[in-house]
Design a protein around this ligand. Sequence first.
Ligand code: ASP
Ligand code: MG
Length: 419
Amino acid sequence: MSTIVQKYGGSSVSTPSKLKEVARRIVDTRNLGHKVVVVVSAMGDTTNKLLSLAKEVSPQPHRRELDMLLTVGERISMSLLSMAIQDLGAPAVSFTGSQSGIITTNTHTNARITKVRPTRVLKALEDDYIVIIAGFQGVSEKLEITSLGRGGSDTTAVAMAAALNADYVEICSDVDGVYSSDPRVVPEAHRVAEMSYEEMQNLADSGAKVLNAEAIEWAKRNQIEVRCVATNDPSRSGTNIKKLSQTHDVHHHSQISAVTSHPGLMKVQGPMSSSTKLCDCLNTYGITDADIYWQSSAQQEMWECWIPLLNLHQVEQMKHSLFALGASHIETDWSWVTMIGRSLLGLQETSSTGMEKSSELMHQEESSLLGQVSTLCQEHSLQATVLSFNPSALRWAIPIGQASQLVKVLHNTFIKMGN
Ligand code: ASP
Ligand code: MG
């Protein structure tokens, strides 16, 4: 019997009647003969409301207590969903992250899953239950309740799917898949039918809400297929994320599938001498080294980096700490823009042409794509700085006010309809 993991986002379970519709969809899936494990997010904007509540009580809330509070959201929806399923006559049982065996690091408000020990989940499946799991949470080795960072229910779903050896994960939300850009910014944007893990990972890293970045790491590592579908679309067609080779559909040229932008990037500058202290300070606010984009500054003695503010709840306090440790300049009004695709640096040439040629080609493709974008930026007076590049993504930092314009220019230039 196949095992399927379904994850329902907050907007799919925002009201009691929507919860009941989801319960119906789950029971229908079970009736097709599958074992079903469901991971559920907090109802509607519950997490945001809990966060505001915390800040009314304490402007810079303690992160351990914040986790105790925020993880409640998912417990509300898991128990209600389980009740709704039981009312349809099917056996269901809900578990918290810790009861499901989701073990995490101890980084409160941004913990990472380190292990999944799904003993109780397996037992319940064996006993023919539909299992409902509270997403976005786990328990650390210190037995503290932790949360996984915003959008963390996706990670719960994929990590659980890997541990259960599930056939695939369905990510059910109010959007029917991944688009080549935000249709509100680029009206011509279209749905992308298939994406590689690498593309999706870069898209998620760039702040796109469609799927959490850590979830894709789990999917890629365990080769789990992830299907992003709209909860209320009976056709269940959306975007499938799976293993696709770099040369899939492309020969000797890059294929660009999406352009995305996200606000909430902070720029920090300081003298070289203070770099270690500043870096340690960022770590204490839950920012890991992997979250930081380093930039060598024009003046060698200066240190410069960009930091995403997504999971940071103490921005003002952190700014004070950074200034106290020697930061000379901090700006928070930056966005990041990412262009996603396959073979962006021409790496598909490696095996046929040998390493020397391939690195030469890589250089040409890389410089030609980056060069083209830099020319476009000059033509449109856009002030973009390259943050990072790899075969699946090129990423820039840009002042917030210019981000939409850059996205439109890149989409119009590089992405054709029906790509
Ligand atoms: N409820 C959490 C959030 O709003 C986690 C999730 O939805 O995945 O970020
Ligand atoms: Mg995280």
